[in-house]
Design a protein around this ligand. Structure first.
Ligand code: ADP
Length: 681
């Protein structure tokens, strides 16, 4: 099994939690969230990734009566669950894995209707019923760095629902509605916070309780008058049913109930009333017929103010939409798999990374486990065994954190080879079975290429510096020995020392130039000049240095270009020293300067091994060296930076650089610079 496996502990154990590195962005975000929490109109608290309370607002502390309990700050989630005696709606203690904070941190979106209803005891002993929603926070897409928990106090609403149920039961059993004495009726119905309206079989409103009057804002007039006004108002409500448009009259709760139907649950209608202050009030109307000795004797209508509830539902729906938008807009791929390894959902980035188009993705959703994806291989290029696949490991209960993501090779739709880092986490049901695997896929092709390049660079640089360093050390040793004997250093030793230092200087200069080229900081200062002079100087210098014959051919008339003498000399020196370095010492090397179609063209030809065709496209890349290419003259292998720097410099002059080469027939490297007076010659 690979080392980087991180096993998910059994659900009852402490969850593996790590302290995140807080980036400045994360800190700013955390501050934003904290101040948002303080101004929030709901009881709300922020937890860190270890499920510890970071910040709670006043409403939260008030609701749970925990403002003066600093121990809450440090309590772990299990301890908090014990302190608040957290139970489900059936009164059973909630297992740790089902606690909303831990679920949110695992990635469950507990929003809107998916929130959790819980029974909780506040620290002052009040029994509360809470609808809890929770959302994970993440500075990176694949790992929760904390979560926000919102408590909706449903205690009162639940109590009313219980009372209403009881009253509705009583009304149904009343043998004679008309015979209910007013006093008794008022006592019974006025105790209910919901509006209660009683109708006779013809649809005439007989009675409204005080809650109805309060809900409809009717505060004056006797009961009879109030009933008339209520009837009128309710008539007007028909015009406000925004959801369904204006329903036909016979579809109204009262009409339906007088036909003997019961209007309750999902059938109950919402009526929307605009209040004098411009706000909307949403009243939910349910209704039931009342029978007396088998005959319809009237109807009871219940009005409930659901303004707040509908607002929360709308918010939850909007939140769900936002989450959906984030899911789709994420740069990383995110896939949900079912327990059988089939795709349940995948976002756009996944389709792009794995090369599915929207249509094919539908097939994947139902048919093909990811393990069979033909384009995916492990880093060695093999189809790895089923148990080693990240997805299968997650389905087996492992958490593969993003730090320990598994690298997987993928062949993209255009046949390009890429590298994906796959991490993921399982989601459990109540019984502790894995029901879903959430897998995150990050395109790390470029990052891995840079890693490779960096380690290759470190190897090359240290290897290349070693040779001149040991030469310098050796020369220093010799000088030291002679100094003890009172003798001056030999001129040979000084030459060796100077060579070693010059070589190191070249390497360091190349590194500095390459770094500047990479960041666009390599600058040239061109001045008009005759390129023939530059060529002559460089050729003479090189001939002196290596004691080899270099032939130079040049036009008879001046070849004027705008060029930075030092930098263009550097380019030619590099091409020339490569030609000398990679070709046999007994073979000639030639330089040719020509005027051609408005440009000055400098060619450096050698009779060396030439450039293999597969290396040509990479020759001018940073740190590229032709595999197996032997240095036939001189000490140094080189860093593979010379041509990269040469290309940058030539292009900064508005010129071009390239190579023509048949393998084993030598190479001709050339560059061009725009002529200043193209018409001459
Ligand atoms: P280096 O310092 O390694 O020479 P360069 O960028 O100048 O770096 O060259 C890159 C690579 O291109 C060399 O390592 C060598 O493999 C190849 N190369 C350059 N010039 C020649 C040439 N004239 N003949 C054959 N191979 C060459």
């Amino acid at each position: 099994m690979p080392r980087d496996v991180h096993r998910q502990s059994p659900p009852q154990e402490t969850l593996p939690i790590r302290t995140p590195r807080r980036t400045p962005a994360a800190i700013i975000r955390a501050r934003d969230i904290e101040s948002a929490i303080d101004t929030e109109r709901h009881a709300m608290a922020l937890f860190d990734e270890n499920a510890r309370l970071v910040r709670a607002n006043g409403l939260y502390n008030e609701l749970l009566a925990c403002a003066n309990s600093p121990e809450m700050q440090t309590a772990d989630p299990r301890e908090r669950a014990r302190i608040f005696d957290v139970r489900d709606m059936d009164g059973r203690r909630l297992p740790a894995t089902r606690l909303p904070v831990l679920r949110a941190l695992r990635g469950d979106a507990l929003v809107g209707a998916v929130g959790v209803d819980l029974r909780v005891r506040a620290l002052d002993g009040r029994e509360l019923i809470l609808h809890v929603t929770a959302t994970a926070l993440s500075t990176r897409s694949d790992r929760a760095t904390g979560c926000v928990v919102v408590l909706h106090d449903m205690t009162e609403a639940q109590r009313l629902a219980d009372v209403l149920q009881e009253i509705a039961g009583r009304v149904a059993t009343l043998s004679q509605v008309v015979a209910v004495r007013n006093l008794e009726r008022d006592v019974v119905f006025d105790a209910i916070a919901d509006g209660v309206l009683l109708y006779d079989p013809s649809g005439r409103l007989l009675y409204v309780n005080s809650a109805t009057r309060a809900l409809l804002g009717i505060h004056d007039g006797g009961p009879g008058e109030a009933a008339d006004r209520v009837a009128k108002q309710l008539d007007e409500y028909a015009q406000y049913d925004v959801e369904a448009g204006m329903p036909p009259r016979d579809a109204w709760p009262l009409a339906r109930v007088l036909r003997g139907e019961t209007v309750a649950g999902g059938d109950a209608a919402d009526a929307i009333r605009r209040l004098p202050d411009g706000c909307e009030q949403v009243l939910n109307i349910s209704a039931a017929p009342m029978y007396l000795e088998g005959r319809l004797a009237g109807a009871v209508l219940i009005l409930r103010d659901v303004t707040e509830r509908r607002r929360l539902e709308r918010e939850a729906a909007e939140h769900a939409k936002q989450v959906e938008a984030i899911f789709e807009a994420m740069a990383d791929g995110l896939v949900y798999y079912d327990a059988a390894g089939r795709v349940v959902r995948m976002n756009t980035a996944t389709r792009r990374l794995l090369g599915y188009d929207a249509l094919a993705a539908r097939d994947v959703v139902v048919q093909r486990p990811w393990t069979e994806h033909p384009a995916l291989r492990d880093t060695s290029g093999e189809h790895s065994s089923l148990e080693e696949w990240p997805l299968v490991r997650v389905l087996n209960g492992e958490i593969i954190s993003s730090e320990r993501a598994v690298d997987v090779r993928v062949w993209g739709p255009e046949g390009r080879l890429g590298m994906l880092a796959v991490s993921g986490a399982p989601i459990y049901d109540n019984e502790g079975r894995v029901i879903l695997a959430v897998v995150s896929i990050r395109d790390v092709t470029e990052a891995r290429r840079l890693d490779d390049e960096r380690s290759q660079m470190m190897n090359t640089v240290s290897h290349e510096l070693k040779t001149p360093l040991s030469v310098v050390a050796m020369a220093h040793g010799l000088i030291d020995k002679r100094a003890i004997l009172g003798q001056p250093p030999s001129s040979d030793t000084i030459d060796v020392l100077a060579d070693g230092i010059a070589q190191m200087t070249r390497l360091v200069n190349d590194l500095v130039d390459a770094a500047r080229a990479e960041t666009g900081q390599l600058a040239v200062k061109p001045v008009p000049q005759d390129l023939r002079l530059v060529c002559r100087t460089v050729v003479a210098e090189q001939m002196r240095a290596v004691e080899r014959v270099i032939t130079l051919r040049e036009p008879s008339q001046p070849t004027l270009v705008d060029a930075d003498t030092i930098r263009i000399s550097q380019v030619l020196t590099n091409l020339l020293s490569n030609a000398l370095k990679y070709s046999p010492p007994d073979r000639p090397v030639s330089v040719r300067l020509q005027r051609k179609k408005g440009v000055a063209r400098v060619e450096v030809h050698d009779d060396g091994p030439g450039i293999p065709p597969e290396s040509k496209p990479h020759l001018f890349e940073r740190f590229y060296r032709v595999p197996g290419m032997k240095v036939l003259h001189g000490l140094s292998d080189g860093l593979g930076l010379g041509l990269y720097i040469a290309r940058t410099l030539v292009e900064l002059h508005g010129g071009k650089i390239d190579v023509e080469s048949e393998e084993r027939q030598g190479a001709t490297f050339w560059f061009t610079l725009p002529l200043l007076s193209p018409s001459i010659g």
